[in-house]
Design a protein around this ligand. Sequence first.
Ligand SMILES: NC(=O)c1ccc[n+]([C@@H]2O[C@H](COP(=O)([O-])OP(=O)(O)OC[C@H]3O[C@@H](n4cnc5c(N)ncnc54)[C@H](OP(=O)(O)O)[C@@H]3O)[C@@H](O)[C@H]2O)c1
Length: 282
Amino acid sequence: MITGKTRITGVIGHPIEHSMSPPMHNNAYKQLNMDYVYVAFHVQPEDIEKLITSAKTLGICGLNVTIPHKTTIIPYLDEIDETAKKIGAVNTIQFKDNKAKGYNTDGIGAIKSIQEYTTLQDKNILILGAGGASKAISFSLINENINSLTIANRTKENAEQLIENIKKQTNFTKIQYHTINDVDEIIEDMDIIINTTPIGMYPHHEVKPPIKTDNINKNHIVMDIIYNPLETQLLKQSKENGAQTINGTSMLINQGLVSFEIFTGEKATYKSFEEALLNQLK
Ligand SMILES: NC(=O)c1ccc[n+]([C@@H]2O[C@H](COP(=O)([O-])OP(=O)(O)OC[C@H]3O[C@@H](n4cnc5c(N)ncnc54)[C@H](OP(=O)(O)O)[C@@H]3O)[C@@H](O)[C@H]2O)c1
């Protein structure tokens, strides 16, 4: 029940009505019997500056941020956490003592998902894509003592820019670009493959995977951050070849759990987020 003391959290985006975050957070509030609510706010790009002032005025205690505001919101924040600063994107804002502090929980969400299956130390990792999600995951992986990172992308310049950015901001040097079309040549040298491109996402779920899967085998872990469908063609073919597969729900849930804790100081259960998400995806 909404009361006079109900605390408000939510997500801003454009568009926003398909966000999976409201059911996940609200289910956790319900199970933990917390007097909080989580709502979706449709915010136009030109209104982003007013957003922070409005949220402070209304006493909103936390906001997730999604496309297209993750970068453009940064100049209007009072503080930004180190990882989010390096990534150059914010997906979580905590409002406390009239200050807005930005975080990025996407990378840590992905890391936690992989760590449920294996350790990251000394691993050779291939990331497909060089957009926002790839950036967040790449910066977070580098903190985990991996051996090497290879980025394969359709547009070479975008991957090279990300690589240059990583080299400039960290002391990690074992990072290189590879063309996405012939990435199967290097699959044997990889331990973990992560797809961050939207190839295979509903309603285009029947298309070919972003890479050839012939050389993927039981020694590989393959993660696709797409969560609709639950099993993309890439995951289906990788599983048929014996690989361990991870779908995009675990990253979505884990990034949300970290945001939940930033907003409320409480820990929600994985199950409370998962059951709400799977219910939405049905
Ligand atoms: N599970 C989760 O929690 C989670 C979180 C965030 C995002 N996601 C999903 O991750 C995907 C990417 O999100 P994003 O924010 O990183 O997007 P983004 O910033 O737009 O980046 C998209 C990347 O995919 C590449 N790409 C796009 N279309 C392509 C195509 N037809 N062929 C080859 N490459 C293509 C782009 O390459 P170019 O550089 O050549 O343009 C770029 O590297 C989306 O499906 C999104 O739903 C999931």
